[in-house]
Design a protein around this ligand. Structure first.
Ligand code: ATP
Length: 239
C-alpha cells in the first residue's frame, strides 16, 4: 500500500498541505474527500511523484519513494503506480487496444489475454480496434481504467474519475469500476468531492479541509459519527 507521513506543501507563500498523514491499504479503496481547493489533487500528485516532496515522507510497499529531508523523489514511472485523471487523456492516434497496451513493457501472451478479458469484463470488447473519439465518455473512462491497470501497478491513483460523466451514466460506471477494482485487488486512492460517491465506493474515507485531515475512518463511522459540524454538513448535503 501507500503511506504518506507528515506531508507539508506550499505553492509560494500559500500552504496547501499542513501536516497530512494518510494510508491507502492493499486491496482497499481509500477516498480523499473534501471541498474544492482543500489539497486533494496536490496530495495525489505528490504520491505519484509529479510534485516533489517539500516536507514529510512517502512510502510505497514499505519502500521510501519521497523524502523532504534528503530531497529523494523517485520518478513516477519507477513507483509502480497507475494514474487516471478526470480527462482520461487517451492517446487519440492509438486504438483502444493500443492505448491499453501502451504502458506494458513486456507484452506477454498472458498480458494480452488480460487485456482481452478486461475489455470483455468492462463491456468495451467490441471497441477493441476503435479510436477514442468514437467512444462515449463512459466507454473512454473504462478504457482509461484498463490502461492504468494494465502494467499491474501496486497502487492506483484516481482523481475525480467519474466527474466527466453525465449523472445517468455515472452510477453504472461507478458500480462496474468498483467491482472490477475489487477483483484486481489493487490499493486504490481516489480523490472526490462527492460524499455520496465516497460512501458508495470507499472502504476508508479521509475527509480533508483547508490542507488538513479532519477525519478518517470507514464510511459508516464518518457518516454516523462525524467529528465536527463540517463533516456532518458535508454528508448532510447528500441526496
Ligand atoms: P479541486 O477539487 O478543486 O481540484 P483540490 O482539493 O484537489 O481541489 P488542489 O488542486 O490540491 O485542491 O489545490 C489546493 C490549493 O493549491 C488550491 O488553492 C490551488 O489553487 C493551489 N494550487 C494547486 N496547484 C498549484 C500550483 N501549481 N501553483 C499554485 N497554486 C496551486
Amino acid at each position: 500500500g501507500l503511506m504518506m507521513e507528515r506531508i507539508r506543501h506550499a505553492f509560494g507563500a500559500t500552504e496547501v498541505l499542513k501536516d497530512v498523514s494518510i494510508v491507502a491499504e492493499a486491496g482497499k479503496l481509500t477516498c480523499l474527500l473534501g471541498p474544492s481547493g482543500c489539497g486533494k489533487t496536490t496530495l495525489l500528485r505528490l504520491a505519484a511523484g509529479l510534485e516533489k516532496v517539500q516536507d514529510g515522507q512517502i512510502y510505497l510497499q514499505g519502500r521510501m519513494v519521497g523524502d523532504g529531508k534528503t530531497g529523494l523523489c523517485l520518478a513516477p514511472e519507477k513507483r509502480g503506480i497507475g494514474l487516471m485523471f478526470q480527462d482520461y487523456a487517451l492517446f487519440p492516434h492509438l486504438n483502444v487496444y493500443e492505448n491499453i497496451a501502451f504502458g506494458i513493457r513486456n507484452l506477454t501472451p498472458e498480458r494480452r489475454t488480460w487485456i482481452d478479458a478486461g475489455l470483455e469484463r468492462m463491456g468495451v470488447a467490441k471497441h477493441r480496434n476503435s479510436y477514442p473519439h468514437v467512444l462515449s465518455g463512459g466507454q473512454q473512462q473504462r478504457v482509461a481504467l484498463l490502461r492504468a491497470l494494465a502494467p499491474e501497478p501496486e497502487i492506483l491513483l484516481l482523481d475525480e474519475p467519474f466527474s466527466g460523466l453525465d449523472v445517468t451514466r455515472r452510477a453504472q460506471v461507478r458500480e462496474d469500476t468498483l467491482n472490477f477494482l475489487k477483483e484486481c485487488g489493487v490499493a486504490v486512492l481516489m480523490v472526490t468531492h462527492d460524499p455520496e460517491e465516497a460512501m458508495f465506493m470507499a472502504d476508508h474515507i479521509v475527509v480533508m479541509k483547508s490542507g488538513k485531515v479532519v477525519q478518517a475512518g470507514t464510511p459508516v463511522q464518518t457518516y454516523f459519527h462525524p467529528v465536527s459540524a463540517f463533516v456532518a454538513e458535508l454528508f448532510g448535503a447528500m441526496n
